[in-house]
Design a protein. Structure first.
Ligand code: DUC
Ligand code: ZN
Ligand code: ZN
Ligand code: ZN
Length: 478
């Protein structure tokens, strides 16, 4: 087995930082050593095959993006990244594990949905991957399948309070699923937006001729997010099922989560880079020669990017500092403009929802360190350590310590990253909603289970290296 020593770097964890060397044997971290240790110590390999000099750089646990949608069928098309292209882009950006969403739709079986996702991913991933289960049709069969998921290493599942006719679950269905989850230790993830209300507003806007992408965000009012978040919290309280609200974007929804947490409720929230950086105003102003005001389709995702004048973005950063929100994932759901987003020309309701960000999350969140929004340690916690704890991977993932998988990113705080389709872009998209963003930092070297995937601006990985992560129960269940 190859032994590797990463020397001279600053090892950063969720709780602190220290100058240390990291010794890897094969796929596993075997020691974190005082800098320049001449003897590796008793029980450790006596020779080192490869030394990686990390002087002046941060050595962090590989990013874990716990919310991606490779190949998700949506609005008559499918998300444009395959597991191969999406996990490669993730690796380029310092993410070494993803948790994607297997899909069960109305009328289908949970078991078949999961099997289909295994088939899409197996042998195609560059980094390790796990699954949550989308339960898009809550019925007796899917309820009976929930406990079975745990043995399959799928310890979290997601329901939707939005998208009537597609994934939507009503309160009765949610209550029943949460009862099963509470009994079995599954973590309930929720898309918390009042879909029926949004759909009425959207229909009325279209009838008034307000069809451009901007109106997607106008229709998806913050009240619909606040209300659904509150309802999800109450259903969680009735059933005793812990709750994880995905892609929180409204400051009023954060307030609901914060109040519930202050009352001792076991509820958690995630936000995404787009809700920290992008806005409805920017979407309104987006035009291009090719697309006119349809350029705003690049920013169509749900929950929507929200008004900067209302202060949602600053509030999301604040909530990340105060732990009212606990994690940052991407909700990576890429669609090209050509043939995909353009399905919604003339009717914003037909624009496939989603932004591609899996490649940029670590950089975009590091920029929050540079601008003083979060600390270096909080960066690691939000992007790696908490995702590992929340979704049953901690110890193996999310930390640099003996026994952990050697998923490591060497991050250069003196480097620079210019995001753009012609620059650092590896996602399978014909555009980037992040075009023009500049990051005062750079992902230099990426290791996944001891194998160097990215180094010196070149990709050294291979599809099939990534293996399925059978996850344990969330550490946040009590
Ligand atoms: N939101 C998105 O933006 N895309 C896919 C599904 C979702 O809930
Ligand atoms: Zn969602
Ligand atoms: Zn999603
Ligand atoms: Zn560099």
């Amino acid at each position: 087995m190859t032994t590797t020593l990463i020397t001279g770097g600053t090892v950063v964890s969720a709780t602190g930082r220290m100058l240390a060397d990291v010794l890897i044997d094969g796929e596993t971290i075997v020691a974190v050593l005082a800098p320049g240790s001449t003897s590796l110590g008793h029980d450790l390999p006596s020779t080192v095959d490869r030394v990686i000099d990390a002087t002046g750089r941060y050595v962090i646990p590989g990013g874990i993006d716990a919310h991606t949608h490779m190949q998700l069928p949506f609005g008559g098309t499918s998300a444009s990244d395959t597991f191969e292209t999406g996990t490669k882009a993730a690796a380029w950006g310092g993410t070494t594990s993803i948790v994607d969403f297997a899909v069960q739709s109305y009328g289908g079986k949970v078991q078949d949905g999961l099997a289909a996702w295994h088939e899409l991913a197996a042998g195609n991933c560059h980094i390790d991957y796990g699954f949550h289960q989308i339960v898009g049709g809550v019925d007796d069969d899917s309820l009976a399948a929930l406990p079975w998921l745990i043995d399959e290493g799928i310890t979290s599942y997601k329901m939707f309070m939005a998208y009537p006719g597609v994934f939507y679950a009503d309160d009765a269905q949610i209550l029943k699923a949460m009862q099963v989850a509470a009994d079995n230790g599954l973590l309930t993830m929720m898309h918390a937006e009042n879909g029926p209300v949004i759909d009425v507003i959207a229909e009325q806007l279209v009838k008034q001729g307000k069809t451009s992408p901007y109106y997607h965000g106008v229709a998806r009012v913050w009240q619909a997010e606040e209300e659904a978040t509150h309802r999800a919290i109450m259903l969680s309280d009735i059933t005793g099922a812990p709750l994880y609200v995905v892609h929180v974007s409204a400051k009023q929804a954060v307030a609901q989560l914060a109040a519930a947490r202050d009352n001792g409720k076991n509820v958690f929230g995630e936000t995404c880079p787009q809700y920290l950086y992008m806005s409805l105003e920017e979407q309104l102003g987006a035009t291009s020669e090719e697309w006119g005001d349809f350029e705003g389709a690049k920013y169509v995702c749900s929950t929507p990017v929200r008004s900067r004048a209302e202060g949602h973005q600053d509030h999301m950063w604040q909530a990340l500092r105060t732990n009212d929100l606990q994690m940052v994932s991407t909700d990576h759901c890429p669609f090209c403009m050509k043939d995909q987003k353009e399905l919604g020309l003339g009717d914003f309701r037909k624009i496939p929802n989603g932004i591609g960000s899996v490649e940029h999350r670590m950089d975009l969140m590091y920029q929050g360190v540079v601008t003083g929004q979060i600390t270096l340690e909080r960066w690691v916690e939000l992007t790696s350590t908490t995702p590992a704890r929340m979704f049953g991977m901690y110890g193996k993932k999310g930390v640099i310590q003996p026994g952990a998988d050697a998923d490591i990113v060497i991050y250069d705080p003196n480097g620079h990253t210019s995001i753009g389709v012609d620059k650092t872009h590896h996602m399978n998209m014909d555009h980037s909603a992040w075009e023009g963003y500049e990051i005062d930092g750079h992902v230099d070297i990426v290791l996944s289970r001891g194998t160097v995937l990215v180094e010196d601006g070149a990709f050294h990985g291979a599809k099939g290296h990534g293996s399925f992560l059978k996850r344990g129960l969330s550490q946040y269940l009590i």
